[in-house]
Design a binder for this molecule. Structure first.
Ligand code: MN
Ligand code: MN
Length: 461
């Protein structure tokens, strides 16, 4: 054999996904991404993602699960955990002691939450105080249009939906200093240039008539009262989230990418959900899709991936077949579907080129995540990685290996360890993202579609 043939035979040479797709697939990619963009626009918060997820699931024949419900193979059910986490299952032809095929993603994204006592007036301007949620770079959140989404729960039992800034509605904004007066600020580090207590949302500037104090604040509160029927004290029991007021849009002259708020991790959540809805026929093993909340702050709480709500759901499904849940979990497989960092030539120094995920090279498999020597990672076994490679190859999925940055450059985690800790073989996989956690993140359409195809392959194996 010639050297060239040896090279072909022996060396690993990944190719750009666009060189591995045909015209038929290009149309499928475009169709899929159109629907994904609509999901993003409908799902700017975890609650809205659950709502949209349920709407899509019900349209696909899924029924709400209630404990004790008799389940047949082929049945499609969902469980809405407190409006913030969604669990869905398609019951397989094999009983659950053969294990389940699980995809777990998260639907919460970094954002600015209102504080419990958010409203104030200063210099005749009205503001909301915020407390950021998840890992944000604070300087990115100033001077961009923001909208407010969420709920206010009142003591008389109402839960009022609040939507401010949608479509042609007025927007909110956090202001920054003008460069003319920025000499001192310019000397600060990026992390300190804007601090947490400066992330105050400008709400209004027009006072009510009279001589009282706080007339601008009162004017704003009056508008909120007239529209939603709550008073300032009700902010105490509210969950209001400021999110970028921007729609998902194509990026690049070739329209090969999507820019949007919240790709992390709605890009994998949508893939996991959509693949479950698109399953044809009854899968062999029960297919489970988990869309969890609170990943960005550690996956704790009743709606995060560490919640017993997942275990309870699995137990209930198992019990309907007379199966012990522990017998199910130890034979289950989970794809922890979360985004990874895409190699960015603008910041090449933080990546290790040979192991970084690249745009358009498909869904990125991460054997491990974590930081400082893989700490906080479940580190999938060689056997689990081999199994994943096999099922993706068999399904013709374009995939790549991915590592989040250079050794000791930083790091990050996902829900993978919480699944693996439950005695479920788990591996991370997801879409490579540029500007991850920024108010506007960028992904490749091909990678989005290949992640969806990867989820299909998981459910069908
Ligand atoms: Mn994530
Ligand atoms: Mn994240």
């Amino acid at each position: 054999m010639e050297t060239k043939d040896w090279k072909e035979k022996l060396l690993y040479q990944p190719k750009n996904g666009w060189e591995r797709t045909d015209a038929g697939q290009e149309a499928a990619i475009e169709d899929y991404c159109r629907d994904y963009k609509a999901f993003l626009d409908a799902g700017k918060t975890e609650r809205l993602c659950v709502r949209e997820g349920i709407r899509l699931a019900e349209a696909g024949g899924f029924k709400p699960y209630t404990r004790g419900m008799a389940l047949q193979s082929g049945d499609k059910v969902y469980l809405n955990n407190r409006g913030k986490m969604l669990l869905l299952a398609v019951i397989g032809s094999e009983t659950l002691d053969h294990g389940a095929q699980i995809a777990a993603a998260h639907i919460d994204s970094p954002r600015l939450d209102l504080k419990p006592n958010p409203l104030y007036e200063e210099a005749e301007l009205a503001y909301f105080k915020t407390h950021y949620y998840g890992g944000i770079r604070k300087y990115q959140w100033v001077t961009i249009p923001l909208e407010l989404r969420g709920v206010v729960a009142t003591t008389d039992g109402r839960v009022v939906d609040v939507t401010i800034g949608e479509g042609d509605d007025p927007k909110l904004v956090i202001n920054d200093l003008l460069p003319h007066l920025g000499a001192e600020q310019n000397k600060k580090t990026l992390a300190e240039g804007i601090n947490g207590e400066q992330l105050n949302l400008l709400l209004g500037s027009r006072p009510l008539a009279g001589e009282e104090s706080d007339r601008v604040k009162t004017a704003v509160m009056k508008l909120l009262y007239e529209k939603y029927g709550f008073t300032e004290e009700d902010f105490i029991s509210a969950e209001l989230e400021a999110v970028p007021a921007v729609k998902a849009t194509d990026i690049g002259l070739d329209r090969s990418m999507i820019g949007a708020y919240g790709h992390d991790d709605r890009v994998c959540a949508y893939a996991a959900l959509r693949a479950l809805l698109d399953l044809e026929g009854t899968p062999k093993k029960t297919a489970v899709c988990v869309l969890a909340d609170k990943e960005e702050i550690g996956s704790d709480g009743v709606s995060g991936m560490q919640t017993a709500a997942f275990d309870t759901f699995m137990e209930d499904l198992c019990q309907s077949q007379g199966v012990e849940v522990r017998a199910c979990l130890e034979r289950s497989f989970c794809l922890s579907a979360d985004v990874t960092a895409a190699y960015d030539p603008n910041f090449g120094e933080v990546f290790e080129k040979r192991n970084a995920a690249r745009l358009n090279y498909g869904v990125g498999l991460c054997k491990y995540t974590g930081a400082r020597g893989k700490s906080g990672s479940s580190d999938a076994s060689a056997e689990v990685v081999a199994y994943t490679r096999r099922i993706l190859d068999e399904a013709g999925v374009v995939w790549q290996m991915a590592e989040l940055g250079k050794v000791d450059a930083g790091g990050g985690g996902t829900v993978a360890l919480f699944m693996a800790n439950r005695n479920i073989d788990t591996i991370d996989a997801g879409v490579p993202v540029l500007s991850m956690h920024a108010p506007f993140e960028t992904v490749s359409k091909l990678d989005c579609y290949m992640t969806y195809r990867a989820m299909l392959a998981v459910y069908q194996n």
